[in-house]
Design a binder for this molecule. Structure first.
Ligand SMILES: C[S@@+](CC[C@H](N)C(=O)[O-])C[C@H]1O[C@@H](n2cnc3c(N)ncnc32)[C@H](O)[C@@H]1O
Length: 211
């Protein structure tokens, strides 16, 4: 079963448009130098996020969890003219690397970095968001959703990564992260203000459309 799944994943990647040279270099840099390399969205999910962005054509994207800037660059591909990606992270070292890669692209001026705790930063942001990507500390997913909700325009989207948590959301005895993600999924599913779909792509993407 896993063999077929792996072969189909390879097939899907083979019939998916390529990423930019800078994105490929960033992925390779991450694989070569970072132990927590699984944090980066990766090729296929990156193309999915870029495609969502190209479909939505957002003016303002908020990303919670920059890491090395891979997904921020993917979202930037779909920005409307004059649009921007605001990306938040607490880690200074990875932020420096993210900035250095972003500076080499046409999106250098379109990606705005904020360093600090997202819980503190979000309430200070005056913008209205067309698209929010939640991809930071898992216990705060529900907090992030509630903090951003009123700042998302009607018709806007919230996308949350890792909502299947390597299948651990199914376990009876869930660890803290799995429980937080399961609680988040339940909260979204029970929210009458939205339509949502949980896509089993990579580690699970919850895509939420604000009515
Ligand atoms: C999974 S990585 C983000 C990956 C990136 N979005 C991508 O797809 O390439 C999660 C990031 O969230 C950051 N993070 C964790 N807790 C945070 C917090 N409270 N505020 C802001 N960023 C946080 C971590 O430092 C880490 O870089």
């Amino acid at each position: 079963m896993n063999e077929i799944k792996n072969a189909l994943t390879d097939y899907a990647e083979e019939f998916t448009s390529g990423e930019s040279d800078v994105l490929r270099e960033l992925r390779e840099h991450c694989n070569a130098h970072y132990e927590d390399k699984a944090m980066l969205s990766g090729f296929f999910q990156g193309r999915v996020l870029a495609t969502f962005s190209r479909m939505i054509r957002p003016k303002v994207v908020l990303e919670i969890g920059t890491y090395l800037g891979y997904s921020a660059l993917c979202f930037a591909e779909g920005l409307a003219d004059g649009g921007k990606v605001i990306t938040l992270d607490v880690q200074e070292d990875t932020n420096k690397v993210a900035r250095s890669f972003v500076e080499r692209t046409e999106f250098a001026k379109a990606i705005e970095f904020h360093l600090g705790n997202a819980v503190d930063i979000i309430p200070t942001l005056p913008e209205t968001f067309d698209l929010v990507f939640i991809d930071a500390d898992k216990p705060n997913y529900s907090n992030y959703y509630n903090l951003v909700f009123d700042k998302v325009r009607p018709g806007g989207f919230i996308i949350a990564d890792n909502v299947l948590w390597s299948g651990k959301v199914l376990e009876a005895d869930k660890d803290e992260n799995a429980q937080a993600l399961h609680d988040f999924n339940q909260m979204v599913q029970g929210d009458s203000r939205v339509s949502n779909v949980l896509l089993p792509i990579r580690d699970g993407l919850m895509v939420v459309h604000k009515n």
